[in-house]
Design a protein around this ligand. Structure first.
Ligand SMILES: [Zn+2]
Length: 138
């Protein structure tokens, strides 16, 4: 049974979530940019096209919206009460893909850090974390 109305509602919700993701990415990027490290954006040669690539350090940063990437124990990741059958497989799929990507990077001996949307509420703490990640030598 195809319900066209709910289809429209779904795609509207989807595009809102994606728009939010873009905002989160911009906010996180401009924060990290302020630290002064050199990086590239969305390297296509690496698994998962990481959002920020620090090539000489062999490190990447992913910026993840909490809902879209199912941040565990995060209130921003709470699922909508309706349409669980639609959202759950989709969002679970995202999380599985994230895991695959992260395993792939580790195999290639790249380090990764995930910046979560909710961490933007405490920029000082987030920046400490990012600095520690980027400065760490191993
Ligand atoms: Zn979160």
């Amino acid at each position: 049974m195809v319900d066209t109305l709910s289809k429209t509602a779904r795609s509207e919700r989807m595009s809102r979530v994606q728009g939010k993701n873009t905002q989160v990415e911009h906010a996180a990027r401009s924060l990290v940019h302020g630290l002064g490290y050199r990086y590239a954006l969305h390297a296509k040669d690496l698994p998962g096209k990481p959002d920020m690539v620090f090539r000489s350090r062999r490190k990447v940063i992913f910026i993840h919206g909490c809902f879209w990437h199912r941040h565990r124990r995060c209130k921003l990741a709470r699922l909508p009460k309706s349409r669980l059958t639609f959202w759950l497989p989709k969002l679970e799929g995202n999380r599985q893909r994230d895991k695959r990507v992260q395993r792939g990077l580790t195999k290639m001996r790249w380090r990764y850090l995930v910046i979560w949307e909710c961490q933007l509420s405490d920029p000082a703490r987030l920046l400490d974390k990012v600095k520690a990640f980027l400065d760490k030598e191993d």
